[in-house]
Ligand binder design. Structure first.
Ligand code: CA
Length: 221
């Protein structure tokens, strides 16, 4: 999953970027509203974390612009602004949740999972297609033959990217975009290695290779 973090405070931004990376999210961090909009134009993100007090363009204006462009990206506001007016403007303006600073990282991560679940139409912290299921909390994957298999951070992120869109073929560069943020060096065979590792752990039928195009997991039956 690739996250856009919009936060101008260097200490908070740095702490959040580290925490998100520990939680297996690829994160791009921008520090003002205009850069955020430019990033959203060039890259598909799975979720946006948006501060409101930003230089360049206020967070609420950034939100308005995102929604005016019909971009449905899940978006969570993180701010110290606690007035009812700001909260209502944020939520009515199309934010999926509103989290007041200071907050604890586990609460942020839980709310991010909740927003992503709601957007994905599932009430449980579980993704699955009938062949393999992925627990978003424990990060374990299960198939009929291999229950509760522990995954590395990147293996988890790759399987999650496929399971969000069962039936869709993701190319190597689609997967690299979802697994690696800016400034991450991507080794040329990294995706193939991860696919290989996942197949070894879960069975080779779990991820299908579509020759010359990429990989997919089958649609739920
Ligand atoms: Ca700020």
């Amino acid at each position: 999953m690739r996250i856009l973090l919009v936060e101008d405070d260097p200490m908070i931004g740095d702490a959040l970027q580290r925490a998100l990376s520990d939680a297996s999210y690829a994160t791009d961090w921008v520090k003002n509203g205009l850069t955020a909009l430019a990033a959203l134009d060039t890259q598909p993100y799975d979720l946006v974390l948006l501060d409101l007090g930003l230089p360049g363009k206020d967070g609420l204006d950034v939100l308005d612009t995102i929604r005016a462009r019909n971009n449905p990206v899940p978006l969570l506001i993180i701010t110290a602004r606690d007035s009812l007016d700001d909260r209502l403007r944020g939520l009515d303006g199309g934010a999926d949740d509103y989290l007041l600073k200071p907050f604890d990282i586990p609460e942020l991560l839980a709310r991010m999972r909740a927003v992503l679940r709601r957007k994905g139409g599932s009430a449980l912290p579980l993704l699955g297609n009938g062949v393999v299921s992925l627990d978003l909390l424990s990060k374990q994957a299960s198939t009929e033959e291999h229950p509760d298999v522990a995954l590395s951070s990147r293996e988890f992120a790759l399987l999650q990217a496929l399971l969000i869109r069962p039936g869709a073929i993701l190319s190597r560069s689609d997967l690299e975009d979802r697994l690696y943020g800016w400034g991450n060096e991507v080794e040329s065979n990294a995706i193939e290695f991860l696919i290989h590792a996942l197949r070894r752990k879960l069975g080779s039928h779990v991820i299908k290779n579509v020759r010359g195009m990429g990989w997919m997991v089958s649609k739920s039956v």
